[in-house]
Design a protein around this ligand. Structure first.
Ligand SMILES: NC(=O)c1ccc[n+]([C@@H]2O[C@H](COP(=O)([O-])OP(=O)(O)OC[C@H]3O[C@@H](n4cnc5c(N)ncnc54)[C@H](O)[C@@H]3O)[C@@H](O)[C@H]2O)c1
Length: 320
């Protein structure tokens, strides 16, 4: 009996050491991302480039013109000042060093093909258009090294369709950041049926290195956050459209009754009414019988009148 127990213990310990060895090998196989290319220097791309550079990665930010990139860089510098002021409140020297070292990690380019050969991770954050994104990924796929992971920050397009424009479907994933990127802690990692475990785990590590929290989701409309948030926002608009409550009272109710930091109409104006309409229209086209995805006449009217929210000075509320 004692002998059998010893044998069992030996077997168990050798099983656990081989499991540990297997885990170590799997971990060793993960890609340690050092060099990052971010394509699209707009609202999201600039934010992603900033947080990646601040975390010590070498980052190249790509856009179509030098003028756009100049603006992106200016925005990043402004944002870094705010972050540094908060992070190093009583240490001005440390704040300056943080800004300088982050900017040292960051360069810009208008030619993604010329730089993609030395990158571990490409994060795409360009215009929300399937064809334009497909063209970009297809082109870069020819020039990027074998090990390079491609990721899209798309909010509403299918990751699988983007991955299919490349030959590296196993090294392709959604990497969905939130606006404003330096502030928002969440990243949704969107796995297609072809995304490998190694790609997924490498992206989890990358996300952690940026100080963000990763959640995982399948390639379904809206992933997690928007799938819950957009129907909620549309329900708020419908409540108002029916005349059941004023938009001001709905905003107050959700802030004070549900503890949300912004009311649904404030949030719609912040996100942009055109963006919300674009998302809901896409979902309605694919699932016209789902009442949660039904279009709103009021939202459509405001977009038609170019009242798109904060960015145009008027949406549900006026900002001038
Ligand atoms: N805005 C948000 O709140 C938000 C949140 C999460 C995800 N997203 C997604 O992020 C992506 C970008 O959104 P955004 O709000 O930053 O847009 P944006 O319009 O602010 O920026 C897009 C940038 O991409 C550039 N661009 C367009 N085509 C290009 C190309 N072929 N090559 C290089 N650069 C190109 C444009 O010049 C522009 O600077 C979209 O896919 C969007 O769905 C947006």
């Amino acid at each position: 009996m004692a002998f059998a127990t010893r044998r069992f213990v030996r077997a168990a310990s050798s099983a656990s050491s081989s499991a540990a060895a297997a885990a170590a090998t799997a971990a060793a196989k993960k890609l340690l991302v050092k060099h990052v290319t971010v394509i699209g220097g707009g609202l999201m791309g600039a934010g992603i480039a900033q947080v990646a550079a601040a975390a010590g990665h070498t980052v190249v930010l790509v856009d179509q013109t030098d003028e756009i990139l100049k603006n992106s860089k200016k925005g990043i510098e402004e944002s870094l000042k705010k972050v540094a002021k908060k992070k190093f409140a009583d240490k001005p020297e440390a704040a300056t060093q943080f800004i300088e070292s982050t900017l040292k990690n960051l360069t810009v380019s208008t030619d993604p093909v010329a730089i993609v050969h030395s990158t571990d991770l490409v994060i795409e954050a360009i215009v929300e258009n399937q064809e334009v994104k497909n063209d970009l990924f297809k082109r870069l796929d020819k020039f990027a090294p074998e090990h390079t992971i491609f990721a899209s920050n798309t909010s509403s397009l299918q990751i699988t369709q983007l991955a299919n424009s490349t030959t590296r479907q196993d090294r392709f994933s959604g990497l969905h950041f939130f606006n404003p990127v330096p502030v928002m802690k969440l990243v949704e990692i969107v796995k297609t049926p072809m995304t490998s475990q190694k790609t997924f785990e490498s992206l989890v590590d990358f996300t952690k290195a940026l100080g963000k929290t990763a959640v995982s989701c399948k390639d379904t409309p809206g992933f997690i956050v928007n799938r819950l948030l957009v129907p909620y926002l549309m329900e708020a608009v419908r409540l108002y459209e029916r005349g059941d409550a004023s938009k001001e009272d709905i905003d107050i109710a959700m802030k004070l009754g549900a503890g949300y930091p912004m009311g649904p109409f404030e949030l719609l104006d912040y996100v942009g009414l055109d963006t919300s309409k674009y998302i809901i229209d896409g979902w309605y086209m694919s699932e016209p019988d789902n009442p949660l995805f039904a279009p709103s006449p009021l939202l459509n009217k405001l977009v038609e009148e170019k009242k798109l929210g904060k960015k145009t000075g008027e949406g549900f509320y006026k900002y001038k």
